[in-house]
Design a protein around this ligand. Structure first.
Ligand code: PA5
Length: 446
């Protein structure tokens, strides 16, 4: 079960200071629990694990089975932001690092992601892969109007129709979108695609435990029932109005205490390279939820020990505005011992008999002490191992803590007004109908 340890902050925030923030976090918790805060029409994710019907899980598993029967070996998941980062994070965390190279017949399809950028090279390379594989597509957009996924989907849809025929293409496309609004919804209805709904009251970055995340994760061959079980147990733990036993309250309280004490940047750290995309998912969740009204902790991420050889110098010795949240994985899924060597030319015999993971642990511990000594407080989140159950709990924990933390910071953690600015400029520059005045104004500035 996930645990939060705040011991690495004790030389920065004293007991009395922490207690004051824990009190504030309890008030923020009440606001979230009672649905009385800003954005309270977007808190449907709170009970998503306990409210996911068996019929939905069975239906998602049905898509997996029907595509297996067609020997589909590549699924292109189209989406951006909250419509892809959770699935990408889970699949990377659970997959063999070299799954593609080790692929064999009968394996679950390879999942690749598109529509999360506007790079021409990238989409051309997606198409290169589709052309040599037996492909299908999941297109995900809550609004159904986001440009990046819409452009990618138009290209992928046209390819599937040209290659397999219109009827078969519609068997190979599943859409996840709003129940009524948006171009993707109307297109899906018209084309007869299987469609899953993102409920109105769940925002994109809080949607990993809905079909947005569950469908790609299931298609990749992972156990979404175990993931929901982990999330459900965390939902119960994080529903307790208890500053001593609710990890979401503890995390929200401490990071805000540190922020007000001048630690403006939070780095999510993991010593498990498979958690690189946890950092990406978490950055969106916290950055988009809290970075508004000219405030908010800036979220960054590193993977260690890799990044200790690039970012380590700055973290140890650069500007002292940093805090770290280290996500520790309790035990490795594999084991590899370092053997003694008769010649000991590399001088490593002092490690003989130890596991590589033990060395990783010592690196983690040594880094923790060094960074604390260097003025970087450490919050610690530990999960038992990297599996579906623990990831489900981790996702839920960070979502709940984000809602509490956002209210503690006195922002609306469920909107993202700032994301619109670049879109308006882009539409004006692309001469989208309706933007004529803005096009003239923006072109005059260039
Ligand atoms: O959290 C959010 O709401 C956003 O990051 C969205 O997930 C992202 O902009 C994609 O939006 P949509 O799913 O509507 O295409």
């Amino acid at each position: 079960m996930l645990k939060v340890n705040l011991g690495g902050c004790s030389s920065f925030i004293n007991d009395a200071q922490y207690k004051a923030y824990a009190e504030k976090a309890l008030v923020a918790f009440d606001t979230l629990e009672n649905g009385t805060g800003a954005g309270n029409d977007f808190i449907g994710w709170k009970h998503i694990a306990s409210e996911t019907p068996e019929s939905l899980i069975a239906s998602i598993e049905g898509v997996r089975d029907s595509w297996k029967a067609k020997n589909i070996d590549l699924v292109v998941v189209i989406g951006i932001g909250g419509s892809y980062l959770g699935a990408k994070c889970a699949i990377e965390a659970l997959s063999h690092t070299f799954a593609r190279e080790l692929r064999k017949e009968g394996d679950a399809p390879e999942i690749i992601f598109a529509g999360n950028n506007l790079s021409e090279d990238y989409i051309c390379e997606v198409m290169d892969l589709m052309k040599v594989r037996n492909a299908a597509c999941v297109v995900i957009s809550k609004s159904g109007t986001t440009t990046e996924p819409a452009v990618a989907f138009r290209i992928v849809k046209q390819y599937l129709e040209a290659t397999y025929g219109k009827a078969e293409a519609s068997e190979r496309i599943v859409a996840v979108t709003d129940k009524a609004r948006g171009a993707l919804k109307s297109l899906s209805t018209q084309e007869g695609y299987r469609t899953y709904v993102i409920e109105d009251n769940v925002g994109g970055r809080y949607s990993v435990l809905t079909p947005v995340g569950l469908l790609p994760i299931c298609l990749a061959g992972y156990d979404i029932r175990a993931m929901l079980k982990g999330a459900l147990e965390m939902e119960e733990v994080c529903a307790k109005r208890c500053a001593e036993c609710n990890p979401a309250i503890q995390y929200a309280a401490m990071r805000n205490a540190l922020y007000d004490g001048g630690k403006k940047i939070e780095i999510l750290v993991s010593f498990a390279p498979k958690l690189q995309y946890l950092g990406e998912w978490w950055k969106q969740l916290y950055g988009e939820s809290e970075g508004k009204d000219k405030k908010g902790i800036f979220p960054a991420s590193v993977i260690c020990t890799t990044d200790l050889h690039s970012m380590g110098q700055y973290i140890q010795d650069g500007e002292r505005t940093l805090m770290e949240t280290v996500v520790t994985v309790g035990e490795a899924n594999r084991s590899m011992k370092i053997e003694a060597d008769a010649q000991n030319l590399d001088g490593l015999n002092f490690l003989a008999g130890l596991s590589v993971e033990h060395c990783n642990r010592m690196a983690e511990l040594g880094t923790k002490l060094a960074h604390i000594d260097g003025g970087v407080p450490q919050l610690n989140v530990t999960i038992d191992k990297l599996d579906e159950y623990n990831l489900g709990g981790l996702f839920y924990f960070f979502e709940k803590a984000c809602g509490i933390s956002g209210y503690l910071l006195e922002v609306n953690p469920f909107n993202q007004p700032g994301v619109e600015a670049y879109k308006k400029n882009m539409f004006a520059l692309l001469h989208k109908p309706g933007y004529e005045e803005m096009t003239a104004a923006i072109e005059a500035r260039l």
